[in-house]
Ligand binder design. Sequence first.
Ligand code: COA
Ligand code: ZN
Length: 305
Amino acid sequence: MTAHATISEVAPRDGLQSIGPFVPTEAKLVLVRALYEAGLRRMEIGSFVSPKAIPQMADTAEVLAQALALDGLECTVLVPNRKGFELAMASGAQRLGLFMSATESHNRANVNRSRAESFADLAGMVREATAASRRLRFNLSCCFHCPFEGVVPEADALDWVERAVSLDPWMEVSICDTTGNAAPDQVARVVGHAVRAWPAPDGSCRIAFHGHDTYGMGVANVAAAWGAGCTVIDSAAGGLGGCPFAPGATGNVATEDVAWLFRRMGVETGIDWPRLLVAADLAAAIPGGLPGGRLRAVPAARKAA
Ligand code: COA
Ligand code: ZN
C-alpha cells in the first residue's frame, strides 16, 4: 500500500501575512488557483484577525468566497478569538484553525492575552463548532522555541498539546515550530510522543506539523515528523512566510521542497510537480515577499517538470 501524506498549503495565509505592501485580492486568488491547479486540496486561505494587527488579511472573506468555488478544496481560516470565530462560522469555511501559543510571552505578543484566557475561549469554540459539525484544527504556536523565552521545555509543549487534544477526540492538533528553531531530534521526540499518545478514535493520526525554515532545518524537520508518524504537514509555496509577532523568524518550509522530499521517498501527495513549480514561482514573485526554499533553483528539478 502506498503511503500518503497530506500537505496543507499555507502560503495564502502564513506566506502573505507579513508582507508589507497589500497584495490585491485578485493576486491572492491567482495564487490560490495556481496552488489548486497543482493538486493541493487543503489550504489556509486567510485569517479572521484584527485588520489593525494584520492588515494583509483584511480581505479574507472575499478571497474565501472565491476559493469555496474550487471543487474539492478544503479551506481553512484562522481564528484567534470570539469575533474571529463568529466571522469564520458565518463564512462557510470547511475548517476553522483556532490558534494560541504554547508560551505565555508569544501568546501575549500575538493575541494580547494570557494562555489561560485564550484556552478557555477556544475551548468554548471547540464545543460549539463540533456541535455544528465543523472541522477544526487547533494550532499551538512556539512548541519548540519562543522568540521571547527561548527553547521550550518538551514537557511544557506536550502539556499544552494534551490540553488541546483533550477538548475533542477527533480534532486535529498542530504542533508548530513558529520560529524555525527546532531540530529534527526535538521534532521526532515531541511529535512522536503526541502521535503515539493521542491518536484519533479510529487509530489514525490527528497530529499535524507546521515548520519554518529559518535555520535551514525545515525539510529535515518535516522528515522527522513524518518518520514519527505524522501525516499532515503544513508548508508554503515559494517558502514564503513569517509571523509578524515572532521577530527573526523567516519563511515556512517550502511546499516544493516538501513535495520533492515525499516524491523521493515514494510517498503520495497528489501534487502535480510541473504545476507546483509554476505556483511556487508565482508565490516567490509576490512583491514584498521574502521567498525561500531550494527546489525552485535546481536545474534537474526543473527538468523533471
Ligand atoms: N477580526 C476582526 N477584528 C477584530 C477581531 C477579529 N477576530 N478581534 C478584534 N477585532 C477588532 C475589534 O473589533 C476592535 O476594533 P475597533 O478598534 O475598531 O473597535 C479591535 O480589533 C480591538 O479589539 P480587541 O478585542 O481589544 O483586540 P486586541 O486589540 O486585544 O487584539 C486580537 C486581539 C486577537 C484581535 C489581535 O491581537 C489579533 O488580531 N492578532 C492576530 C495575530 C495573528 O494573526 N498572528 C499570526 C497568526 S499566528
Ligand atoms: Zn507559521
